[in-house]
Write a protein that binds this ligand. Structure first.
Ligand code: AMP
Length: 189
């Protein structure tokens, strides 16, 4: 049984690895960005609000909104099925909510594992530039990328030091071919 959180800066390969691990280990994969980009296409007040925050400003949506989405989705996973979370938590408040949600759902055994994908800044920037050409994601423009990477440094990375009393953290070299990263993760797990 695996309770996993894929973790790292934009461009570190979280989405790719989450997908591969979900397939190999039979996990439910819940991706924050995918869920939010989907809601952002809705022609509703909530859809327009999220579109502006996610696609135009590259900022974080309100904690309450994303916490509720994840708590609800986690609650639908059968107890005998593991999961991998991609893009949540992204700040300390969200990390605290994750802990409380897992406690409430009796999913603290085994304790969750944060898989921290490390890669050097020039490599991240190059991957994001290529993704922008390939996928035309609205939030991969140079300005927005810079803002998102700073937000990661200021608010997301500090999570790792705060969770060590209730979660495992494994650090993986994300600066290698996709298959090698997956192998390293599986070996570490
Ligand atoms: P991602 O695809 O994970 O890079 O997420 C894309 C965008 O969705 C982010 O830049 C944020 O605007 C928003 N987002 C994703 N996850 C979260 C989160 N946990 N909390 C707040 N906003 C988020």
């Amino acid at each position: 049984m695996h309770h996993l959180i894929i973790f790292g800066p934009q461009g570190s390969g979280k989405g790719t690895q989450a997908q591969r691990l979900a397939e190999r280990l039979g996990l439910i994969n819940i991706g924050a960005g995918d869920i939010l980009r989907e809601i952002a296409t809705e022609d509703t007040p909530r859809g327009r609000q999220i579109n502006e925050i996610v696609n135009e400003r590259g900022e974080l949506v309100p904690d309450g909104m994303i916490n509720e989405i994840f708590a609800q989705r986690l609650g639908t996973i059968p107890p005998n099925v593991g999961f991998i979370l991609d893009g949540w938590p992204r700040n300390i408040v969200q990390a605290e909510h994750l802990k409380r949600t897992l406690q409430r759902l009796s999913r603290m055994a085994p304790p969750p594992t944060f898989i921290y994908l490390e890669a050097p800044m020039p490599e991240l920037l190059e991957r994001l530039r290529k993704r922008h050409e390939r996928e035309k994601r609205a939030d991969d423009t140079p300005d927005t990328i810079a803002r998102r990477l700073k937000l990661y440094e200021d608010e997301t990375r500090p999570i790792l030091e705060k969770v060590t009393d209730w979660a495992h953290v494994i650090t993986i070299n994300g600066n290698q071919p996709v298959a090698a990263v997956t192998e390293d993760i599986q070996a570490a797990l």
